[in-house]
Ligand binder design. Structure first.
Ligand SMILES: [Fe+2]
Ligand SMILES: [Fe+2]
Length: 327
């Protein structure tokens, strides 16, 4: 076996985390590793306290990243979700790093939700995640742009869900919706809008070629299946279901599952339809190169009546590129 193969194998077993995501004096129930000369060594066993001194020592040695074993990733995920509000409001942590931690934590959660969608606790965790995201974006334009910079350009259902949630909250604010309950409900609906895809086989989800008519019929069921999954949890407010059910509806009645017109769509659905299409076009797929923002928006404007005009205009303002005025 070559040394690169050994190294890759070691990296597969551990995931890098930010030192800033570990809170001083908090309860940590997983082991922390350090990378020394490209070898990962145990630094702190899970039952030992992580003190301010520990942290200072690492900082003195310019350590910014630690590692957690993949077998502890669910414990780490829960730990960081629990401490996320403290991390995001800590003035000593750089804003760009906060955006990175928020994005990674949100993506990790959605990954878990998609693999276990009816597990009740996952919905509650999603709500808390959205509250953190809303509070972060409400801090202003810079916070949104920091998130925008780190959005994944490779398409996975879980990163796509985080992108759609981020865009939807920022877009709603751009339109003028500032009510926190409105933004939180929209956020939960957009984070979970594709949860119904968890019922579809990976063979169809990851297919490299065009779907057959039968496969497309199955794919078209994911909005309804998403609502079915969420209704099992019982604790959601009614309007959260709309973007899940209607995000593939288009104002020209060419969408699915029903073929509704624009005025039959809930405002959440109008917003999510725009950001969902935009993210699908501007991320890299196995069968399609990622488009730049400008051509993607131009195509969306050319589909007359498909998207809500006011929502589209606000989206262009939000993305802020120069030279879009002739659209
Ligand atoms: Fe979808
Ligand atoms: Fe989607």
């Amino acid at each position: 076996m070559t040394s690169t193969a050994i190294k890759n194998r070691a990296e597969e077993k551990y995931m890098p985390i930010y030192l800033d995501s570990i809170r001083v004096d908090s309860v940590i129930d997983f082991d922390l590793y350090l990378s020394i000369d490209k070898q990962l060594v145990l630094y702190r066993a899970g039952n030992l306290p992580f003190t301010e001194r520990t942290r200072q020592k690492l900082l003195e040695n310019n350590v910014d990243r630690l590692f957690v074993g993949f077998d502890s990733r669910k414990k780490y995920q829960k730990y960081i979700e629990k401490n996320l509000d403290k991390i995001l409001t800590d003035p000593s942590i750089q804003e760009t790093k906060k955006a990175g931690i928020l994005y990674e934590t949100s993506a990790g959660l959605v990954k878990e939700v998609l693999s276990n969608p009816t597990y009740g606790e996952n919905i509650q965790r999603s709500k808390e995640m959205v509250t953190n995201t809303v509070n972060f974006i409400l801090k202003g334009q810079d916070a949104f742009h920091n998130l925008l910079k780190i959005t994944s350009f490779d398409y996975y259902t879980y990163t796509h869900s985080v992108n759609v949630c981020t865009f939807a909250i920022a877009l709603a604010q751009q339109i003028g919706f500032n009510d926190e309950e409105f933004l939180n409900n929209l956020g939960v609906g957009s984070l979970l809008h594709d949860i119904g895809k968890s019922k579809i086989s990976d063979r169809i989800i990851n297919k490299r070629t065009a779907l057959t008519p039968i496969e497309f019929e199955i794919m078209k069921k994911h909005p309804k299946w998403g609502v079915d999954i969420l209704q099992e949890s019982e604790e959601l407010s009614e309007e959260i279901y709309y973007p899940v059910l209607q995000h593939h509806e288009r104002g020209d009645r060419r969408g699915y599952p029903v073929g509704l017109s624009l005025d039959e769509l809930h405002i959440f659905s109008k917003i999510v339809a725009v950001v969902d299409s935009f993210d699908a076009m501007t991320t890299e797929r196995v069968y399609q190169k990622a488009m730049e923002s400008y051509p993607a928006l131009k195509i969306m404007f050319s589909l007359k009546g498909a998207y809500d005009e006011e929502v589209m205009r606000a989206f262009v303002d939000l993305m802020g590129p120069a030279g879009l005025t002739d659209l």
